[in-house]
Design a protein around this ligand. Structure first.
Ligand SMILES: C[S@@+](CC[C@H](N)C(=O)[O-])C[C@H]1O[C@@H](n2cnc3c(N)ncnc32)[C@H](O)[C@@H]1O
Length: 243
């Protein structure tokens, strides 16, 4: 079976719009394309999401979990478990209607079984997921610099060769800490940017060229997205834009 065989039907994707969250069409396309592309090229490994909220991105990732692969999600779910006061404040302002039950009910509207749910600060994730086991890590939890920096270090530890990390909110006005941690990892910690959308930057500690060029070629026939490459600080990355 290939990932294409289990790609979500259009009806399912329409229902994904009914799930509250911050996971936009360009990234829905890139996740779907990337996870399918990895599988088609024999890249196997586990999937991990840090920061699930009500499950919008986790539900799509869940369609790409293949036989023998594990999908783990990590979230605080409750401001009482926040590791510090700024995180508790952020939870109360942005995520006041979040509960683990809401996430699980949403996920089970789309899938028969839940992923492994780790209810804890993302700083504990390396206690739950084996080193070098993952092909994809989505970092979408805290927006604070020191937490995102630690999440990126955890992703590096958990990703297998040619695994990909996706960093949400790497350029939003309200998340300068994510921007700082992202570009710091690129400039000083060996993270190679592959592509970016308005919301997310995708990178690898493996080889970026084949992946970037394959997506660039694919986008030449896409009806609503287009791509252009740009050299930035010694890296060639693909900018993905909507028409
Ligand atoms: C932006 S939302 C995630 C959005 C989600 N991926 C989607 O597609 O809609 C961020 C989530 O991260 C969680 N979070 C914030 N700080 C965290 C931390 N330090 N550890 C784990 N989860 C955290 C919040 O509870 C919230 O559910």
């Amino acid at each position: 079976m290939t990932a294409h065989d289990i790609a979500p039907p259009l009806l399912t994707l329409r229902r994904l719009d009914e799930v509250e969250g911050w996971f936009f069409p360009a990234d829905q396309f890139v996740f779907d394309w990337l996870l399918t592309h990895q599988y088609a090229r024999g890249i196997r490994g586990d999937l991990l999401e840090l920061g699930v909220y009500k499950g919008k991105s986790a539900i799509l990732i869940g369609y790409h979990v293949m036989a023998g692969e594990q999908f783990t999600v990590c979230d605080l779910f409750d401001s009482d478990d926040a590791p510090d006061d700024p995180t508790a404040d952020e939870m109360r302002v942005y995520y006041s209607t979040l509960t683990r039950q809401v996430f699980e009910a949403n996920y089970l509207r789309f899938h028969r079984r839940l992923p492994t749910v780790v209810q804890s600060p993302s700083s504990a994730i390396t206690d739950h997921v084996p080193e070098r086991s993952c092909r994809f890590v989505h970092i979408d939890a805290s927006h604070l610099y020191h937490h995102v920096r630690a999440d990126i270090a955890a992703a590096r530890h958990l990703l297998a060769e040619d695994g990909v990390v996706s960093l949400d909110d790497f350029r939003s006005p309200h998340t300068p800490g994510v921007a700082a941690a992202t570009w710091e990892a690129i400039l000083t910690a060996g993270l190679k940017p592959v592509m970016l959308t308005e919301s997310k930057l995708y990178g690898t500690w493996g080889s970026p060229d084949t992946l970037r060029d394959a997506l660039a070629a694919h986008l030449t026939t896409h009806p609503t997205l287009w791509g252009v490459t740009e050299d930035v600080a010694g890296h060639t990355l693909l900018r993905v834009h909507s028409r």
